[in-house]
Design a protein around this ligand. Structure first.
Ligand SMILES: *[C@@H]1O[C@H](CO)[C@@H](O)[C@H](O)[C@H]1NC(C)=O
Ligand SMILES: *[C@@H]1O[C@H](CO)[C@@H](O)[C@H](O)[C@H]1NC(C)=O
Ligand SMILES: *[C@@H]1O[C@H](CO)[C@@H](O)[C@H](O)[C@H]1NC(C)=O
Length: 455
């Protein structure tokens, strides 16, 4: 009987107790409150004789506090929860808490958190959240903001424990201390691909899909002509970087190296500002339209700053003042321009395009776990499905297949990211191919560079 009663009373009790916790956590969701404003009490002291509060865990052993109840039973000892009355220790247990006992989670003078002590009132960072050691009545407790962090120990552990992972996650210290929102706003940077994609022309290709190779890598086929890896930093500029790099690759390929050029994404960020948001993201159709109508300069002429700075080159005559060298090609009299961008409709069309004309630009939906990718064939994990996502543009340079035991081969794309070469497989990643994973096959573009005759 006792056991049953205990079970029931615990159930009800948890609900009541949960309400104070909810109250407190609601309060901390936005800011860290100062608990010194709690009514002075007495709480336990108003109901029980000194040293004679309740043994065990009892639902009805409490006192009103704010609009809920705090407790005066021995369960406080075990849980050290916030639902104990502020005067529980002093009144019920006649204990002045020791100043340095981490087991109590803190006291009026100090807090203890992840192996360190903090003074009352002190704030500090715990990964991406601001924490404060503040008082709850007589006690000091750590209160932290509850933002979701971009890189997170629990997430890494959870990913590592998934049985069906075809890729290896890892900890990147450059993403540590930032929120998931920062990651989505500043590490990606491609706006609303659905809408802008409607404005692109689809192309029809004639080829035999069965004759396509199982593996292809533009980096091996054209080692001199394929661009390396950029690091966009905390600037949502994948729209500009992928555009400049796909165009650079194609200038080099089309001209057979005569116009091997490293085109400037910064020129796009600073000067392609109509309807674009610089380091807060951009549309690909607008970037290509700018390259088609106005053209861009090379990296030496407009070097990377990773900021929305004032446009220095609005017209050709600005080039002289900007200290830009003449193009190595004496026949080039204008900026680097391209023809209209075109859309590639399906997996084999994309493969055929890369095989014949070089890397393409693709837009993918980024889930949080993508930030942790180290190697393998990426596919987003279920564990991050319900968290915020964003769109990102990358450059697909090839594809391949991998065999696992007796199962059918896993097909993948090889793509270049813009998070530095310390991320992923030297800055590149593999992603499942043929299943529109992360919408990678939905928004794929190619362009034709306007090379000029040489010699
Ligand atoms: C907490 O409870 C344990 C037994 O569960 C007891 O040994 C200890 O003295 C109690 N501590 C305080 C501070 O009451
Ligand atoms: C990840 O890296 C950060 C920063 O370098 C470090 O503080 C953290 O303990 C690491 N976490 C794991 C799970 O390795
Ligand atoms: C893609 O479309 C082309 C026609 O444009 C077609 O020949 C090809 O079989 C399609 N490939 C796939 C994988 O559906």
């Amino acid at each position: 009987m006792r056991n049953i009663q205990l079970t029931i009373s615990r159930g009800t009790c948890s609900t009541v107790r949960a309400s104070l916790l909810v109250l407190l956590s609601l309060a901390i969701a936005h800011a860290i409150p100062d608990y010194s404003g709690l009514p002075p009490g007495p709480y336990c002291a108003g109901r029980f004789d000194t040293g004679r509060c309740c043994p065990g865990r009892q639902d009805d052993c409490g006192a009103p506090i704010l609009s809920t109840t705090c407790y005066c039973d021995d369960f406080c000892n075990r849980t050290r929860e916030e639902d104990c009355c502020p005067d529980y220790w002093s009144h019920c247990k006649l204990i002045t808490l020791p100043t340095e006992d981490p087991l109590f989670g803190g006291n009026i003078r100090q807090c203890f958190h992840e192996g360190k002590y903090y003074k009352h009132g002190e704030t500090f960072l715990s990964n991406c959240n601001i924490c404060k050691c503040s008082s709850l009545g007589q006690f000091a407790k750590i209160r932290c903001d509850e933002k979701r962090c971009l890189m997170d120990t629990d997430l890494l552990r959870e990913l590592e424990s998934q049985w069906d992972m075809s890729w290896t996650p890892g900890n990147y210290s450059k993403f540590w201390g930032r929120t998931l929102t920062d990651g989505i706003e500043l590490r990606l940077g491609t706006l609303n691909p659905g809408k802008s994609m409607y404005r692109m022309n689809p192309v029809k290709r004639h080829y035999n899909p069965d004759a396509l190779p199982r593996e292809f890598d533009a980096r091996l086929k054209w080692p001199r002509d394929i661009s390396g890896i950029k690091e966009q930093g905390w600037c949502g500029s994948s729209w500009a970087i992928s555009t400049a790099q796909v165009a650079s690759d194609r200038f080099a390929l089309m001209s057979k190296g005569a116009e091997a050029v490293n085109l400037s994404p910064q020129h796009l960020i600073s000067c392609n500002n109509r309807g674009q948001q610089g380091c807060r993201g951009g549309y690909l159709d607008r970037a290509w339209l700018f390259m088609r109508k106005f053209g861009v300069v090379d990296e030496d002429c407009y070097s990377w700053s990773g900021m929305n700075d004032k446009c220095r080159i609005r017209k050709r005559t600005d080039l002289r003042g900007a200290g830009c060298n003449r193009s190595p090609n004496p026949f080039r009299t204008e900026l680097y321009k391209v023809g209209p961008a075109y859309r590639l409709g399906n997996e084999t069309d994309i493969m055929q395009e890369i095989l014949i004309s070089g890397p393409v630009q693709a837009t993918m939906k980024v889930y949080q776990d993508f930030f942790t990718y180290q190697r393998g064939i990426y596919k987003h994990s279920r564990v991050v499905e319900n968290y915020p996502t964003g769109y990102h543009s990358v450059r697909i340079v090839g594809w391949g297949e991998e065999l696992y035991g007796n199962s059918p081969p896993t097909k993948y794309w090889i793509a270049a990211n813009s998070w530095g070469s310390d991320w992923g497989e030297n800055g590149f990643f593999k992603l499942q191919k043929g299943r529109n994973e992360c919408e990678i096959e939905s928004y794929v573009l190619g362009i034709w560079p306007k090379t000029v005759p040489y010699n």
